[in-house]
Design a protein around this ligand. Structure first.
Ligand code: NAD
Length: 489
């Protein structure tokens, strides 16, 4: 297999180069705790040059003027080129993030699916509508690309996170400065390589790697028209504020603390079959993860026992091991944070039905046991804070109104779930859940054609589906030979 690229610079106007200061930062493999590569630490000058390249490609380059059908053809070739790199890219994602090999491969495949979906959707998009108004005036209603997009992504599945905005921005005719997480900066390089081979003009996609300071400069830059941010709610707040002085368009995909509400008639086998993968997916580091299980008191012990038995069978280990289902957490800092949260559960009177610490026999690597916490209250730290690990908190309820209150009593609103044998009852409760998506009899789900996004402090804006593409257009109206204005209709 080809050895993945373990050193990269910044990618600006179609050229890879070192950061202007020559500064780099090292990367640590979360499974071995060993250094494995380095990335350029972009300076403010590099960020400025990347924005300049994107601005020039938007103002004077061919991309925004290219027909949407031709842009779709480039997206298709982009997918084909990237497909050739699935193996080395997955190998790199595994080292950057500790995601097991199938999840790492799945990340690249998600990008292919999104590129191809939007390329197909282009055939259905009318960029110009000729409309006759109520006064008899004729106007052209046109979809225009928003402009220069700063796309800032997190480390948990870096290629998937890029997929949620990059194909839509490109198809709409925007130009992009992509800022990957400092914990997974190298994998995005494969996107630039594949896009270049596919014929994307220079400057349309630029990549700056670096610490948060690099993206702070990007967010403040007045030549950026839109920020597509995926990351924590805390950073989302900072970004929304930094975007305000120049009134940039902002979309925020932020944290979550999803709940799965189990009704008294919910089939246990389906609950176990769907909840276990929903918790373990992406090493438990998924914004959609239903990390709170809200259960009726009479069924508490039965449910905890069944899930604990299933959690105990999960194979935790190195991501390259073909049997591994859950790899390490992303970093030492996150590992210490999660272990601290588990200790707080004990301080809050909680118990571990399974797990609760580091797995035996894995002395190296940022591993955490699949864990179920019981005996804590809905206002405890583990029940309110995003944990981002293979950890489930079980919260009992007496009646459905109390259950709904527990589900909705959170600052987040990304995803929830409801389990019941009665579809009508489940749907009625789903409609009362304050979140961007609700799953009936499943823990979490995504589909490229279905919009995704949060409410409350999980953010705003929608990705995927036609709605995701709409976010990269703005409307321009051209009136044709209107008479002097004499009223709206
Ligand atoms: P993070 O907020 O720490 O960082 C995300 C990105 O923002 C990184 O690229 C980082 O360099 C950059 N950044 C950090 N501080 C910045 C600042 N002040 N200005 C501009 N950019 C800044 O998040 P993370 O730890 O990388 O990712 C985990 C979080 O992401 C979790 O909260 C998770 O729920 C969330 N997430 C949300 C979604 C979603 O779609 N809603 C998807 C995945 C992850």
């Amino acid at each position: 297999m080809t050895i993945p690229v373990l050193k990269r610079g910044v990618y600006i106007a179609g050229t890879w180069r070192a950061s202007s200061t020559g500064e780099t930062f090292g990367l640590v493999d979360p499974a071995t705790e060993q250094p494995f590569g380095e990335a350029a630490a972009a300076s403010a000058d590099d960020v400025s040059a990347a924005v300049e390249a994107a601005r020039a490609a938007f103002e004077d380059g061919p991309w925004p003027q290219t027909s949407i059908t031709d842009r779709a053809a480039v997206l298709r070739r982009f997918a084909d080129e990237l497909e050739a790199d699935v193996e080395p890219l997955a190998e790199l994602v595994m080292r950057e993030t500790g995601l097991p090999r199938p999840d790492s491969i799945g990340g690249t495949k998600a990008m292919l699916a999104v590129l191809r979906y939007y390329a197909d959707l282009a055939d259905e998009i009318e960029l110009t509508e000729r409309r006759v108004g109520r006064t008899g005036v004729t106007a052209l209603i046109e979809k225009q690309p928003v402009g220069v997009v700063a796309q800032i992504v997190p480390w948990n599945s870096p290629i998937v996170m890029a997929a949620f905005n990059l194909p839509t921005a490109l198809l709409a005719g925007c130009t992009v400065v992509l800022k990957p997480s400092e914990l997974s900066p190298l994998s995005a390089g494969y996107l630039a390589d594949a896009a270049e081979r596919a014929g994307l003009p220079p400057g349309v996609l630029n990549i700056v790697t670096g610490r948060p300071e690099a993206s702070e400069a990007l967010v403040r830059d007045p030549r950026v028209d839109k920020i597509a941010f995926t990351g924590s709610t805390a950073t989302g707040r900072v970004i929304a504020a930094a975007a305000a002085p120049t009134l940039k368009h902002v979309s925020l995909e932020l944290g979550g603390k999803a709940a799965a509400l189990v009704l008294d008639d919910a089939p246990l086998d389906r609950l176990v079959r769907t909840m276990v993968p929903a918790i373990m997916f992406n090493n438990g580091q998924m914004c959609l993860q239903p990390s709170r299980l809200v259960v009726p008191v009479p069924r508490h012990d039965e449910i905890v026992e069944a899930l604990a038995e299933a959690f105990a069978k999960i194979i935790v280990g190195p991501p390259s091991n073909p049997d591994t289902q859950v790899g390490p957490l992303i970093s030492r800092a996150q590992h210490e944070h999660v272990l601290g949260l588990l200790r707080s559960a004990v301080d809050d009177g909680g118990r571990f039905a399974v797990g609760g610490g580091m797995p035996e026999g894995l002395g190296t690597g940022f591993y955490v046991e699949p864990t179920i916490i019981t005996g804590v209250t809905p206002d405890s730290r583990v029940a309110t804070e995003e944990i981002f690990a293979p950890v489930l908190v079980v919260l009992p309820y007496e009646d459905e109104e109390e259950a709904l209150k527990i589900v909705n009593d959170t600052e987040f609103g990304l995803n929830d779930a409801v389990y019941s044998a009665d579809p009508e009852r489940a749907l009625a409760l789903a409609r009362r859940m304050q979140s961007g998506s609700v799953n009936i009899n499943n823990g979490q789900y995504l589909d490229v054609a279905i919009p995704f996004g949060g409410v409350k402090q999980s953010g705003y804006g929608r990705e995927l589906g036609p709605e995701g593409l709409d976010a990269y257009f703005q409307t321009r109206v051209i009136y044709l030979d209107a008479e002097p204005f004499h009223g709206l209709g």
